[in-house]
Ligand binder design. Structure first.
Ligand code: NOJ
Length: 523
């Protein structure tokens, strides 16, 4: 008998950056009502759930990731009742809503921190990580912020340093303090009771710090680019084994609800065996752990196949992968991986939507929307991530259907005349139509939705795999035509739309940058 698959395994998730999706009130900033007004579009994509980047109250030093109130909506984005309405109306269309939880740090404007910094003996003092200066007045240890500079800022009033793994306006919470754990239990419950289907958990691997605040070791040549840039390995300021206790606690809490709520972790861990540990035994920690080795692979057959095979080999038996190629931090895949070439974009979408695991699309991925160059005087993000956070391109009109014509959006619009929803909705052979078709196929075919993954033999530049018993997916990620041995079947999805429905006998011939999904045995 087959095990039933929960909704978040069978469906596709869609990430929305709320400030940039749809502006309902003409202030140049996207909002929750804007999302509600676009539910028809989201339903037409066939997605099962949306993850919203933070919608909670924030002074926006790090655009929502500096939270000043975990249980209310930021006024720029709307109100709690706007969110309730979005959840209800999305639910009526079969779309669940996930929020972003930011437990590693709050804003320095949060009442907890304002109180904590007021005195060394204040009740919330120990909710954050404080330490005395070294004898020479320098920070307590060598930890560096992920955004550059020391991870410690001296609080002049009380003479101690506080820890911030990101901006100084984002003080790290002290996860050794049981009151902090209890406060977050309440926050999770608050949202789950409001019908939120789950959370994407920010910095899920990093919230617990070394209790002794030991120095991090220096980076070495073999480390990844980010580690080398920071200059040290984040061994003690993140990645502590005790984080797993917190994840287990949240998993238990999430499963007390019906249906169980889902936890998706931002597990920025590049060694796959350590990454797999975030699934615990497969059913007692995160439901889904973001896979950065896959996201960072070049669009080449060998590295992608390796990333997927390695993932499949280390992930616990009962656990479920999650795949993504773009997000609000790592840039849009059409620019980052595809040189903004449409055939490459289609191959990437075919792969993303045909693996075993939950695909997560970032708003605009379904159109092949590229990054947008941002002039220096329009930059909003402290570390330069604006190009992948620009407004959704709905139409070619002034304002791109995102905001009213004549209104300056909070970030500049891209070239909506080249890429927009309206134009692509009108064409059967658009990238949007291709994405919708792939999502529809996933819904239709159990093999594609939940079947096992196995790589198939393939010539150079070609990545081919089987899903379940009857689906074979092949992408030619190179500039030469390739012939691939195949059993008989029919092409059910093709990057060249005209090939859909074509019969395959014993050989599948793919041109440069072409891919096909073949239903085996369907003659
Ligand atoms: C990861 C988030 O995705 C990113 O946008 C943010 O700046 C950092 N965590 C800090 O919260």
């Amino acid at each position: 008998m087959s095990t039933p698959h929960p909704w978040w395994q069978g469906g596709v998730l869609y990430q929305i950056y709320p400030r940039s999706f749809a502006d309902s009130n003409g202030d140049g900033v996207g909002d929750l009502t804007g999302i509600t007004e676009r539910l028809e579009y989201l339903e037409s994509l066939g997605i099962a759930g949306i993850w919203l980047n933070p919608v909670t109250v924030s002074p926006n030093r790090d655009w929502g990731y500096d939270v000043a109130d975990y249980c209310d909506v930021d006024p720029d984005l709307g109100t709690l009742s706007d969110l309730d309405r979005l959840v209800a109306e999305a639910g009526a269309r079969g779309i669940r809503v996930l929020l972003d939880l930011v437990p590693n740090h709050s804003s320095d404007q949060h009442a907890w921190f304002v109180e904590a910094r007021s005195s060394p003996t204040s009740p919330h003092r120990d909710w954050y990580v404080w330490a005395d200066p070294r004898a020479d007045g320098s920070p307590p240890n060598n930890w560096r912020s992920a955004f550059g500079g020391p991870a410690w800022t001296l609080d002049g009033q009380t003479g101690q340093y506080y820890l911030h793994n990101f901006l100084p306006e984002q003080p790290d919470l002290n996860w050794w303090n049981e009151e902090v754990r209890n406060a977050f239990d309440e926050i999770l419950r608050f949202w789950f009771e409001r019908g939120i289907a789950g959370f994407r958990i920010d910095v899920a691997h990093g919230i617990v710090k070394d209790r002794e605040l030991r120095d991090n070791p220096p980076a070495v040549e073999a480390d990844d680019e980010h580690t080398r840039r920071v200059g040290q390995r984040p061994v003690y300021n993140m990645n502590r084994p005790e984080v797993h206790d917190v994840l287990r606690r949240w998993r238990q809490l999430a499963e007390r609800f019906e249906p169980p709520r889902v936890l998706v972790g931002e597990t920025w861990v590049l060694e796959l065996d350590r990454w797999a540990a975030f699934y615990g035994n497969g059913s007692d920690e995160l439901h889904l752990a973001f896979n950065f080795p896959f996201a960072f692979s070049p669009l080449e057959a060998e590295p992608l196949r390796r990333a997927v095979e390695d993932t499949e080999s280390v992930i616990p038996e009962a656990a479920w992968p999650v795949w993504t190629l773009s997000n609000h931090d790592i840039r849009r895949f059409p620019t980052r991986l595809c040189g903004e070439e449409e055939p490459q974009v289609r191959c990437a979408l075919l792969a993303l939507l045909s693996l075993r695991g939950t695909p997560v699309l970032y708003y605009g991925d379904e159109l092949g929307m590229p990054d947008v160059p941002i002039p220096a005087d329009r930059a909003r993000d402290p570390v330069g991530r604006d190009p992948c956070r620009t407004p959704m391109q709905w139409t070619a009109e002034p304002g791109a259907g995102f905001t009213e014509p004549g209104v300056e959006p909070w970030l500049p619009l891209g070239d909506a005349s080249r890429c927009n929803v309206e134009a692509q909705r009108g064409r059967d052979d658009s990238i949007l139509a291709f994405t919708q078709h792939l999502i529809a196929l996933r819904r239709e075919l159990p093999d594609l939705r939940v079947g096992s993954y196995a790589s198939l033999p393939a010539p150079d530049d070609v990545w081919a795999w089987r899903r379940g018993g009857r689906v074979a997916v092949t992408v030619n990620l190179g500039g030469e035509q390739r012939s691939i041995a195949s059993g008989p079947g029919v092409i059910a999805a093709a990057t060249h739309t005209a090939r859909q429905g074509e019969a395959v006998e014993s050989t599948l011939v793919l041109g440069p940058w072409e891919g096909a999904l073949v239903l085996m045995g369907y003659r």
